[in-house]
Write a protein that binds this ligand. Structure first.
Ligand code: SF4
Length: 406
């Protein structure tokens, strides 16, 4: 029997959150600026933006979860307790891994989910965590499909599993590479991802026939491919998973929109009996347009072989966005947007992506372009144009052109 899984989207900022809402996410997870596994990211929510995020989610009956899943050190106990007390009115659950955070959730009567950082990998652990008050378990990313199925059928607690996004070679951050190399700890959400980089082996001895250097090939030999579960969404639904988690709080709003849309479509297709290889190919191609490493089935079909590792860390997206400019005005009655072109020029037929914290991500094709009364086929940098746009966009929204990756 197939479940109807919650599609759980990442959001690193308000634009991504709005994009997730517009794409139909059932729930969204965010971090505030401390104590979460993306605290080093350029994007994050703050105490000032959390209330707005909460209002937007509640208007759509979408759940909002706060990620607070780092190790909590002794001196951080007050910060952890204060953060949870502050967040309580705005969130539906916290995603935690440290027992101090669990104790704080229990003290404040905040529902909590067990983060993948706790590496829950069996039904006895899941049941035990339920007895401690957990309302959901995010399984370890290393569980196979067979293990996920057994756990979700045998443990009496909803199970969440990652379906899409980056995979860490080191059991979700149990790795000292980043700390050793740069002083930023993966277990503190600060990983600088040295596993994704290129290495040389340098001989340390000097003198004749010494001082050799070798490039390590493939240069990203520690860099795991990204997970893409679209080809086996039906099997994941059959496994009884309650929530499909999309990784990527550090990724762009268009990534959130595209991937949420793909998994919503796939789940709906399974339920309506229209889940076909053609649809999988179409949805995978859509996800390939936005930022990703080479795709793989992750660890769902067993322990990784050498083909689980990427031989490149270059973005594999089949399309790229380039900065065009900003929105100067939106004429609601006429459905016209005025754009100041500050970068890439525009032409009829161009595909644009307009991003903003209230707008989310809006995609339009330039069907008509004017400057005052003049119709234009091309518009250079430095001018402004008006373009039909049936979606409401806003002053200062960012405008990008989407071009094939070269
Ligand atoms: S360096 Fe790579 S393997 Fe290590 S924690 Fe970071 S992402 Fe994972």
């Amino acid at each position: 029997m197939h479940t109807h899984p919650e599609i759980l989207a990442p959001a690193g900022d308000m634009t991504a959150l709005q994009a997730a809402l517009d794409a139909g996410a059932d729930a969204i997870y965010i971090g505030l600026d401390t104590l979460n596994m993306r605290q080093g990211a350029t994007r994050n929510f703050t105490r000032a933006t959390l209330p707005d995020a909460s209002i937007r989610c509640r208007e759509r009956a979408v759940h909002l979860y706060l990620t607070l899943n780092t190790i909590i050190y002794e001196h951080e106990i007050p910060a952890c307790q204060n953060l949870l007390a502050f967040a309580k009115p705005y969130i539906d659950a916290a995603i935690v891994s440290d027992w101090a955070a669990i104790a704080a959730c229990k003290a404040h009567h905040i529902p909590f989910h067990i983060s993948t950082q706790m590496s829950c990998s069996n039904s006895i652990t899941a049941t035990f965590l339920k007895q401690q008050g957990a309302s959901r378990i995010v399984l370890a990313r290393e569980c196979t499909l067979e293990e996920v199925t057994q756990i979700s059928h045998q443990a009496d607690i909803p199970i969440e599993a990652f379906v899409h996004g980056a995979i860490c070679l080191a059991v979700s951050g149990r790795c000292l590479l980043s700390h050793e190399a740069y002083g930023y700890s993966a277990s503190r959400g600060e990983c600088r991802q040295p596993c994704r980089r290129e290495f040389f082996i340098q001989e340390r001895r000097e003198g004749d026939n010494a001082d050799a250097a070798f490039r390590v090939e493939p240069h990203t030999l520690l860099s795991a491919k990204d997970l893409c579960s679209l080809p086996f969404v039906d099997k994941l639904m059959h496994a009884g998973i309650a929530a499909f988690k999309i990784e990527g709080r550090a990724r762009n709003p268009e990534y959130v929109k595209t991937v949420v849309t793909a998994y919503k479509t796939a789940v709906a297709a399974v339920r309506s009996g229209t889940f076909t290889p053609q649809l999988v190919a179409q949805l995978t191609a859509a996800c390939a347009e936005v930022y990703h490493r080479p795709f793989s089935p992750g660890l769902y079909y067993g322990r990784p072989g050498s083909d689980q590792f990427a031989d490149t860390d270059l973005n594999q997206a089949t399309s790229r966005k380039h900065h065009v400019g900003i929105v100067l005005n939106y004429y609601q009655q006429a459905h016209i947007v005025q754009i100041q072109i500050q970068g890439h020029p525009l032409a009829i037929g161009d595909n644009l992506s307009i991003h903003g914290p209230t707008t989310g991500v809006v995609e339009i094709t330039v069907t008509n372009m004017r400057h005052d009364e003049n119709s234009l086929n091309h518009a250079p940098k430095g001018t402004w144009v008006t373009i039909p746009c049936k979606h409401h966009v806003r002053l200062h929204d960012k405008v990008y052109i989407i071009l094939p990756a070269t």
